[in-house]
Unconditional design. Structure first.
Length: 264
């Protein structure tokens, strides 16, 4: 069995710095993390690899060369191969162009199914999984919270999808694109101690436009068809921090806070 996981590295929005005077995000030295939904998708793939030893897991990412250390980190978790699509021509590509670029690589690959996250922290359009599936002419489902592993022995796969007010089971023919949400609770394994310094560079394939063959006007800003109707700046309010001591006065402050919030 071969599983391809699409992975995106995004700014760690839970630990960002914010300039409240200028009302802007401080982007210098921003730490990147694997997009949470993508992490759940990859966690499921590695779970299957643990259960079915002949499973081959490949991760595919479109990003600058600077993310190679992050790919190495994932390879040390028992991923078999990483493919990085990287070219300066692709800078500024919208979801439409990004989908075309990734799909061009995937169209010549063999796989049983493709895993992605449902959403990304830095965009949240959820366009790319469905657009890639459309370009590859295969089926796709989003908001998956559970995959029934016992169904993998068939030519189809059974999944459970979060449909807002309820969950629904679907059976989908292989090959397909399965988009998993972080509500699935699949957890990425830690790197084993013996693999912390493992040299995995020989398992990384870097592809540029020289291999994929797009013309300049098909990619980047020039090839992007998305037209933004309106943008706005979200304002963050600075929260005051209250420090209390472990004494009667501190306990009273905490109790009053919890009571005002309706917790007690």
């Amino acid at each position: 069995m071969k599983i391809i996981c699409l992975c995106k590295f995004v700014p760690d929005v839970d630990n960002f710095k914010y300039d409240y005077e200028k009302n802007v995000l401080v982007r210098e030295n921003v730490k990147l993390i694997l997009n949470p939904d993508d992490a759940c998708a990859l966690a499921f793939a590695l779970r299957i690899k643990e259960k079915y030893k002949d499973t081959f897991v490949e991760i595919v990412s479109m990003a600058p060369l600077s993310i190679i250390p992050y790919l190495e980190d994932l390879l040390r978790r028992n991923v078999d191969k990483a493919t990085l699509i990287s070219d300066r021509l692709y800078a500024g590509s919208d979801t439409y162009v990004t989908s075309k670029i990734i799909a061009r690589y995937l169209e010549d690959e063999e796989y049983d199914f493709i895993l992605t996250g449902t959403h990304s922290l830095d965009g949240d359009t959820a366009h790319i999984p469905s657009q890639i599936a459309e370009l590859l002419q295969i089926a796709q489902l989003s908001n998956i919270v559970k995959v029934y592993e016992e169904s993998l022995d068939n030519d189809s796969i059974v999944v459970q999808v979060d449909c807002e007010k309820n969950t629904t089971k679907y059976e989908i023919a292989l090959p397909c694109v399965l988009s998993i949400g972080k509500e699935s609770k699949y957890k990425l394994p830690f790197i084993k101690y013996k693999d912390l310094e493992l040299d995995v560079k020989d398992r990384i394939l870097v592809l540029s436009n020289e291999e994929l063959g797009f013309s300049e006007n098909e990619v980047g800003l020039e090839g992007s068809l998305t037209k933004v109707n309106r943008t706005y700046t979200k304002e963050f309010l600075k929260k005051e921090k209250v420090t209390v001591h472990n004494d009667d006065e501190g306990i009273e402050v905490v109790y009053k806070f919890l009571k005002d919030k309706g917790f007690v």
